[in-house]
Design a protein around this ligand. Structure first.
Ligand code: NAD
Length: 491
């Protein structure tokens, strides 16, 4: 579809193989980098959700009986289609989200990785399925993984291409049917992915798109026909989803918000650590759950490191996402004001502003929502900027006496999504691995983003549930483990 059509059209639902309109009032969608309209997205009511669950339930009956080898064939085609359309999808994603074209392409690559992993479902389903002969007199016993029915995936705005693909391929390959409820802020990319699912030959009703906001989510959470919910979004909503879905007996995996720390040892390669730190904090304009934005630097190298971070931040270009600068737009004006509020409050409380990105203007896109990389030094770990998720391109530097204090700041956080350590000492790396309370850890890498063949971690207020997204955990989440005991009187 041409961009002009997208800018005026409404993103619809996809239910039982038909493109339909929800009965709610549509929500406008805006290109945050230019301020131009991106049309609207339909809103699904309880009745629309009910119809989607009915279509998915019907499709599940047939789909779950198909051999797994047959179920993965459309996923091989989906991988090829996503690759063929990667540039088109990345342009769409960068336009409606604001991130850069390269970031959008990278995000899609990480999503495609999940499709590749799910293509191996015939092998993955063998997990925990060993047979024990003569488990008891005359008895053989084994474990079997079976699909559960209809699942829902509720996803956030910040990765509209990748996060639906954390869930969709695994849910489908394990034999379930899915309702995808993407963010209402950038619904075009998930819509296009669902179109490609249709083109890949995933049967009608197996993948359904149900757009909307909180009311639509609540209708999904309350629906007795939904077996389980995968959620990614902010912590208060993750907690709500976890509790409300569990109240009706669903299984739930709910990934929440984050506050991620970087520890910089005096033994680290400082130039490398500074470049990685700025890139981690400012990629996707800081709108990443893996953004490392609290930087705990050993006091001996603190001043030197602050200077290097400031220089790296000043070198970043800010611009319109599809033009592929280093840093694109934030999602809304309201969000930018919130991010700027963190900066003002920190400066008032005594932090030093080394780089101020608040007044940046992108020529030709004056109505876009931009903020350049911003660096705060001498941040006290008790300040709000060091405790709460900022979700903007803001780096907060704090001086620590050494590993003890750095770990104490990190582990004092309410969140436990990710953390990185830059060091030249093996002993520090080992201690970090053992003692850091976060679900995704990296040493000498700015962003602890697991490949699709590992689960995506998360602890404390960053995760509610027990089985995470991706890989083995995804297989376990989307299947029931039945134990099968067999005895024959003629044996
Ligand atoms: P959000 O919580 O506002 O929305 C997420 C989803 O929930 C959307 O589909 C939205 O429509 C729906 N929703 C919003 N409010 C709701 C409510 N009151 N009741 C029911 N449903 C509701 O999150 P967002 O702003 O779209 O995404 C950013 C957040 O997601 C950040 O906090 C970020 O850290 C987090 N995130 C976490 C991970 C992770 O892996 N832990 C990954 C990506 C994003």
């Amino acid at each position: 579809m041409a961009m002009e059509e997208l800018r005026s059209g409404t993103v619809r639902n996809f239910v039982g193989g038909e493109w339909t309109t929800g009965a709610g009032d549509p929500i406008p969608v805006t290109d945050p980098g230019s301020g131009e309209s991106m049309g609207a997205v339909t809103v699904s009511t309880e009745a629309d959700v009910d119809a989607a669950v009915a279509a998915a339930t019907e499709a599940y009956a047939e789909w779950s009986r198909r051999p797994v080898e047959e179920r993965v064939q459309p996923l091989f085609r989906l991988k090829a289609l996503l690759e063929d359309h990667q540039d088109e999808l990345a342009t769409l994603l960068a336009t409606e989200h604001g991130k850069t074209f390269s970031e959008a392409k990278g995000e899609l690559r990480r999503g495609i990785e999940n499709v590749e992993v799910a293509c191996g479902m015939p092998t993955l389903l063998k997990q925990g399925s060993g047979i024990v002969e003569r488990a008891a007199p005359g008895i053989d016993e084994s474990g079997i993984r079976q699909p559960l029915g209809v699942f829902a995936a509720i996803t956030p705005f910040n990765f509209p291409g990748m996060i639906p693909l954390w869930f969709l391929p695994h849910a489908v390959a394990t034999g379930n049917a899915l309702l995808l409820k993407p963010s209402e802020r950038d619904p075009h990319t998930p819509r296009r992915i669902v179109e490609l699912c249709e083109e890949a030959g995933i049967p009608d009703g197996v993948v359904n798109l149900v757009n909307g906001q909180a009311d639509t989510v609540n209708a999904i959470l309350d629906h007795p026909g939904v077996a389980g919910v995968s959620f990614v979004g902010s912590t208060p909503v993750a907690e709500h989803v976890y509790e409300r879905a569990a109240a009706t007996g669903k299984r739930v995996q709910a990934q929440g918000g984050a506050k991620n720390h970087v520890l910089v040892s005096d033994s680290a390669d400082l130039a490398f650590a500074a470049e990685q730190t700025v890139s981690s904090a400012c990629a996707c304009a800081g709108e990443r759950c893996l953004a490392n934005d609290v930087i705990c630097v050993f006091e001996d190298v603190y001043d030197d490191f602050c200077e290097q971070v400031a220089a790296a931040a000043e070198a970043q270009t800010v611009g319109y996402g599809p033009d592929d600068p280093d840093v694109g737009a934030l999602i809304t004006e309201e969000h930018r004001e919130r991010v700027e509020g963190f900066v003002e409050e920190s400066v008032d409380a005594g932090a030093r502003l080394l780089v101020d990105g608040r007044d940046v203007v992108v020529s030709g896109h004056e109505d876009g929502v931009y903020m350049g990389p911003t660096v705060l030094a001498d941040v006290d770990p008790a300040m709000r900027v060091a405790r709460e998720e900022v979700f903007g391109p803001v780096v907060a530097l704090t001086s620590v006496s050494g590993m003890d204090e750095a770990l104490s700041v990190l582990n004092g956080s309410e969140f436990g999504n990710a953390a990185s350590l830059f060091t030249g000492r093996g002993g520090e790396a080992q201690r970090f691995r053992r003692e850091a309370d976060a679900g995704n850890l990296a040493v000498n890498a700015g962003t602890a983003a697991p490949m699709a063949f590992f689960h995506f971690g998360g602890e404390k207020a960053s995760f509610f549930g027990d089985l995470h997204a991706q890989a083995d955990d995804a297989v376990r989440f989307y299947t029931d483990q039945t134990v099968y005991i067999e005895r024959w009187p003629d044996a």
